[in-house]
Every structure is written in C-alpha cells, then in structure tokens.
Design a protein around this ligand. Structure first.
Ligand code: BGC
Length: 745
C-alpha cells in the first residue's frame, strides 16, 4: 500500500470505528467473552504463578514440566523471568495454548532495574515525592523494556523496628509520610496509565502489618489492636489503593492469630469490600502452603480453600491452587463464582496492559538496549542519591570539604567495593552488563582536582576482630589533612530474612575510628547501611557523619557531591534511630502515658528506663544542612474552627547561613483530649523548600477536619471537638514554633 492509500484507509477505518463506537467492547466485556471460552482447569491455570529457573527469591519447587503446563493453559504468570529474550521464549509457549492467554511477568523491581537507585528507606529520607516518583518511573521504563510488566513494589509496610531486615524496603515509621511516598511510587511505576509501553503494574505489599513482626524477626506473628492497624498500618495501603495500584500482595505473618494469606477480614472485607479494590491479590511466595505451618489449616486442600475464600486471587509458588481448587469446586466447597471473580480480576489486568493485543509488546530487544543504556537515568539516580544522604553531625562546620585540600585519606572497608553500593534488592539483568556502579573511591577521584592527593587504606574488614590493617590506616591518616572513613554493614545484612538482634556497626570498625581520631585529625564518617544502626561511639566522637545508606549505581559520585558541597544535604530521617536495641520499638508518635517520663534523670515511678535514656539517638525528622534556617512569624488565620471550616497557617523560613539549601519544614499536631488517647505529636504536613543564602520565604499550610480526624472506638473516622497543639519544626524534637487552636462543635 502506498502512503496516500494507506492514509485514506486509516481515515475510513477510524471513522468506521467512531460510528461503531457503541459496539467497541469494554474491558469487562472482553474479559467476559474470554471467560466464556474457558474450562475450569484453564481458569484455575490463570491463578497460578511460578518462579522461572533464572533466579529465586524463596524456596524453589523443582519442576521441569513448566513449559508443558503453560502449553496446557495452566499458568497465569511467571516471576523472576527477565530480559526480552527469555520473556519472549516463555510467551511463545503461552501462545501455543488453546486460548493463547498471555502470561504476566512479575519481578521485584524494588529500587531500580538496571539503574540502581537508593534503597527505598534511603530515598524516603529525601521527603521528595517527585524524586521518588521519578525513580519509580525510570525503574518501570527500564523493567518494561526488559520484558517485565509487573513489579512487586512498593513495599508500604510501616516499620518501627530496625532489627527487622526489611525495614530497608519501606518508607519508615510514619503513616502520613509513608502514604505520600506510597502514592508517589505507585504513580511512578504505573505512569499515566496501564497499557502505556513504559508502565508496569505496581503491587502494594505486604497486606498487612508485616512490618510489626514480633521482636523484629522476619515472618513472625503480629498481634495488634484494630486501632493501631487502622491508624498506623493500613493508611499506606489505602493510599496505594487510591492511587490506583493494580495489585496487592498479602503477607507471611499471621495477624492476631489468622494468617494474612487466609485473612478474610483484610482481603475480602476491607480491601475488596470497604475499599472496593478492583485489581487482584497475589499471595506472597508460598504463603498459601505456609498456612499449614502456621497451624491454621490441616493440608494443602484446606490451605487453598482458606486463601480463595479470604480473597487471594493468585498463588505465588505454593501450587495449592493448582493441586486442589478443581477438587474444592467438585466438592462444593468453593463456588465457581469465587474462581470466576479471581480470574476476571487477573484477565482484566492482562487486557489493560495490552497483552491480548500484542503479547510481545514488552519484548523489543532494540528498545531494551536503548532504555537500559539511557544516560538520563544515571543522572536522575545521582540526584536522588545525593538527596537521600543524611547529614547527622558536622562539628566545626568541617563539611563541605574544600576542593583545594592537599591530601585526603579515604579509609575503610567500603571505600573500594563496587557492588556493595547496590543494596539488597539489586536486579541481575540477563544479557546486559548491570555491574556498572560508581564506587566511593572513584566518586572521590572524579571530584577532586589534580592538586589533591588521595590516599587509601582498607583498615579492617566489615566483620571480624582482625586489627592488622590499623597500622597502615594510621600511617595514611597521619599524612592527610582530613580523613574520610567509610564503614557500615554488608549490603546483604539487611533485607528479607536478614533480621538481626545486634545492630551495632559490626566488627572493629568503630575501633578503627577511635584509632584514627587518636591522630588528632578530623574524621568524616560515612555510614553505609540498610537500617538504622547503633553507633554511639561514632555519634559522640566523629567530627562529621553522613548516613549514606546504600545509594545505588551512582553512589560514589553522589557522596562526593555532598562531601564537597555541590549538593547541600537536605535529607531528614523517616525513622527514629535508637541509642540501643533495648529501646526498640521507638517512634516519635507515642502516647503520653499516665506517668510520662520527661527526662533521663528522673525515674520516680514514671515510664522511663532505669538504665537507658528514653530518647532516641536521632529522632524522626532529624537531618542537618550546611546552612541554617530560622523559623519565625507563625500565624494562624483563626483560633477556633468548626469541622466545615479551615485554618490557614503561615510561617516564615529564612536561610541564615552561607549556603543555598533546602529545608523540610514539618507540621505536627496534638489532639489534647481524645476518646481514644492521641499521640504526643503526629506529622500532618510538611514542605520542602529551597532558599538561597539570606533568602526568606513564607509558606502556608491548611488545617482542615481531615487533619484532625482519627479512628474512634467504633473505628469511625471522626474529629472530636477540643483543643489542639500546633507545632512547626525542623524535626519531631526540634520544634521551633508553637500555637494552639480549638475545634468547636
Ligand atoms: C517476598 C516478596 C517478594 C516475593 C517474590 C517474597 O519472599 O516477601 O516481597 O515480592 O518473595 O520475590
């Protein structure tokens, strides 16, 4: 067809489609027409998800009949299958099945695909929801170019226990901040709409309360009141749902004695009922079968019955749906309507993703090469990495370092390693070299000029008692004008199944710091970790501390940007850092108690420890800048409001230091008297603003009924009349301005 004829054809076809518009089928109609062709076995097939053989993120079931099962239409999805070549090869087998229903390809794209971004807890320190949306957007662009159409992210579990290894994967302790971050990440992964080539389905996980595992032990039980569940642990999920998240994943833990996977209250009553969630729910890896270990069901038959009844639509790897659902239907234990409901939810997403139009649409090898080598992605990763670094201490304004320093000693076990910077959920992309990382050593080398001499010594290992390297480190330190020491955890010490009872900086690393300080030199400590660690010696003695977490592919350059002031740190902690494991769980929004403790010296029948401070090492919302900010001129538009009303709050922030910088201005409220006791403060809003040296800006907040509401005894969302304290601060402790107002009936 020549171009003109082709154009005319398109025009006529387009007009016909408009005329026939009424007959264009909706997604639901399309789903129904496929459902009408399916046997019960084929329907159950859609509800199974298996692991590919490439890599595993849980206990593997060996199965060499996978291809045949796909050909028979007995599989709906694969996980851990990446790269266009591999994805295409499995999809081709699905296209040999009777109904040619395409497979979904799911993957843990948690903090990047090829380009690795900071671990989620680190990114959360930026409080920059646009930046987090962008990092998820880029991850989705890369993953979708690599064949993936579904990521098992974001993890939106609130976590208040740094012993729990998965604390690294969330946004910290606070439901308000966590909800905004959940929304940003869902929007980032899913883009403008599912069906766009660079959009992947997101998955809000782990539903629910997985982060409250007793003792911080992964997979452990959770016992919690409904009030705490609704007030602290569910809001992030609700936010993800409202942002249009396509899928939910249930969780390994039991909640008050009922495994989350078989928990009808969570999945059917709250998620699919009250919240009217239209997507589908996948189990966690093997969690349907694990209900037998929980002691909640007798065998796989009962496990499948419990999960489907509770509202779990897809079985990740346990194979109990495959083995038992058909029999459960025959035995009249599971109505076909339940199977139909689950399958419809799954097929709807396959249609929305455009897989029925083109099952290979995510399998373009040329696009894969292009997107996975896009320099704009590296640039964004460097920027968000710099925004994630928290300045915890800066004695004598040691930082930023001058670029004219003559000799710098860069010491420590984490200076030269490359892959450590990638953090726990690093994706090993097949057919593509994904080992590109700017090490910390390289980052520093890239930054300093020819006149600066860089010296290196390892000093010691991350773990172990060996001090043999101290002497060399001291030699090197003595020759330097300033010492930078990079210490912390190994990247695989935090993550799934990586809970720890001892969260001190491991090995002899703090002893190395002590030795270096004995030279009289100033020492900047970089702490690399996936969780809040305990490091009291460092906190008290280091000259300056940057908490660098695991920053991803651009770690080295981002760290150098901050060390030398090309980026002025602006991050603030989204989770409290304990002084000691004995304080855990420690979080800022606690209740006052009947016998509140207010100091560490008075233990007179109050709620304190006799042998330990009640205050964290670093509180929620804490983080320094190279500049300083003055808070002034707090004004409230009125002092009394009704629930239909609102109060406008304004406050002036002035950059009083010598550097341009960003400040995260935090607004906390306390409801003085509640029918349910209210926390001593709750974050209700914040602004991240940028100010040149000497510049001042007035920022506005709005207090409305929503910000004053909470779940009462009957779990109704209410605002109760009474007095409220308003606190504006630079952290949850560093409150600079206060006022109060009244909600009147
Ligand atoms: C984790 C999930 C993850 C899944 C698939 C499970 O062990 O809990 O978060 O998405 O494995 O890798």
């Amino acid at each position: 067809m020549n171009k003109i004829v082709q154009g005319a054809f398109c025009l006529i076809f387009g007009m016909l489609s408009i005329v026939a518009g009424a007959q264009v089928k909706s997604v639901d109609q399309k789903v129904d027409s496929v459902m009408g062709l399916m046997t019960l076995e084929e329907k159950i097939g859609q509800m199974n998800q298996y692991n590919d053989d490439w890599t595993a993120t849980g206990p593997v079931t060996l199965d060499n009949t996978k291809a045949e099962q796909i050909r028979q239409g007995q599989l709906g999805s694969l996980l851990n299958c990446m790269g266009t070549r591999r994805v295409r090869s499995w999809q081709m087998i699905a296209m040999q099945s009777r109904l040619k229903i395409p497979l979904l390809f799911g993957q843990d794209v948690i903090h990047g695909y090829k380009t690795t971004f900071p671990i989620p807890l680190a990114e959360a320190c930026s409080w920059d929801t646009n930046a987090m949306e962008l990092s998820a957007r880029i991850a989705a662009t890369e993953a979708s170019a690599g064949g993936i159409n579904w990521t098992f992210a974001p993890m939106v579990d609130i976590a208040r226990d740094p012993r729990w290894g998965r604390v690294m994967e969330g946004a910290g302790e606070d439901p308000y901040l966590g909800s905004l971050i959940a929304t940003a990440r869902v929007k980032g992964f899913q883009g403008k709409k599912l069906g766009d080539l660079n959009a992947v389905m997101a998955c809000a996980k782990h539903f629910a309360a997985y982060g409250a595992a007793i003792g911080g032990r992964d997979y452990n039980s959770v016992d919690m009141s409904d009030r705490l569940l609704w007030e602290v642990y569910l809001p992030t999920f609700k936010a993800a749902e409202e942002a249009g998240v396509a899928t939910f994943m249930n969780s390994f833990n039991d909640l008050n004695g009922v495994p989350a996977t078989g928990n009808k209250y969570l999945q059917r009553d709250i998620l699919k009922g009250k919240w009217d969630f239209k997507g589908f729910v996948v189990s966690d890896w093997g969690s349907i079968g694990e209900m037998i270990n929980h002691g909640n069901v007798k065998d796989g038959y009962e496990a499948a019955l419990s999960a489907i009844t509770a509202g779990c639509d897809m079985d990740m790897e346990s194979r109990n749906y495959k083995d038992h659902l058909a029999q459960l239907v025959k035995d009249n234990k599971v109505p076909v309507a339940l199977i139909d409901e689950a399958v419809k939810r799954i097929l709807r997403k396959k249609f929305e993703l455009g897989l029925f139009d083109d099952p290979y649409r995510f399998c373009n090898a040329e696009r894969e090469q292009r997107e996975l080598n896009n320099p704009a992605h590296a640039k964004a990763a460097r920027e968000i990495a710099a925004k994630s670094i928290v300045l915890l201490k800066n004695e004598h304004q040691l930082l930023p370092l001058s670029k004219n320093i003559k000799v710098i000693a860069f010491i420590g076990p984490l200076v030269k390693p490359i892959m450590q910077n990638k953090g726990f959920w690093d994706v090993e992309v097949p057919d593509i070299d994904s080992s590109y990382v700017v090490s910390q050593w390289e980052g520093l080398k890239n930054k300093v000029g020819k006149n600066t001499k860089l010296l290196y010594a390892k000093g010691c290992a991350i773990e172990g008692e060996n001090r043999d390297g101290f002497a060399e480190a001291l030699e090197v330190a003595k020759q330097a004008d300033v010492v930078i020491l990079s210490i912390g955890e190994r990247r695989d010490m935090t993550g799934e199944a990586k809970s720890r009872s001892n969260i001190n900086i491991p090995g002899v690393q703090e002893d190395l710091l002590k030795a270096l300080l004995s030279t009289g030199k100033s020492v900047v400590v970089l702490i690399n970790a996936g969780r809040p660690l305990v490091f009291n010696y460092t906190a008290e003695h280091a000259t300056a501390i940057l908490y660098t977490w695991w920053l991803g592919s651009e770690a080295g350059d981002a760290i150098a940007d901050v060390l030398f002031g090309d980026y002025n740190p602006s991050a603030k902690l989204p989770i409290s850092f304990p002084l000691s494991v004995g304080q855990i769980p420690i979080y800022y929004s606690h209740f006052n108690t009947g016998r509140p403790a207010t100091s560490d010296t008075n233990h007179n029948y109050n709620s304190s420890y006799n042998d330990l401070s009640i205050f964290p090492r670093y509180e929620f919302g804490y983080g320094l800048s190279y500049t300083t900010f003055k808070y002034s001129n707090l004004q409230l538009s009125k002092k009394k409001m009704t629930s239909n009303d609102r109060i406008e709050v304004s406050v002036e922030i002035t950059n009083t230091g010598n550097y341009a910088g960003e400040e995260i201005v935090q607004l906390y409220l306390r409801d003085r008297v509640g029918s349910i006791v209210r926390p001593v403060k709750e974050l209700k809003d914040f602004r991240k603003i940028s100010l040149k040296a000497g510049e001042a800006k007035t920022i506005q907040f709005v207090i409305d009924k929503e910000k004053l509401s909470f779940y009462n005894q009957k779990l109704e969302w209410v605002a109760e009349p009474g007095d409220f304290d308003l606190m504006i601060g630079a952290s949850s402790k560093d409150i600079r301005l206060t006022d109060s107002f009244e909600l009147i009936p």
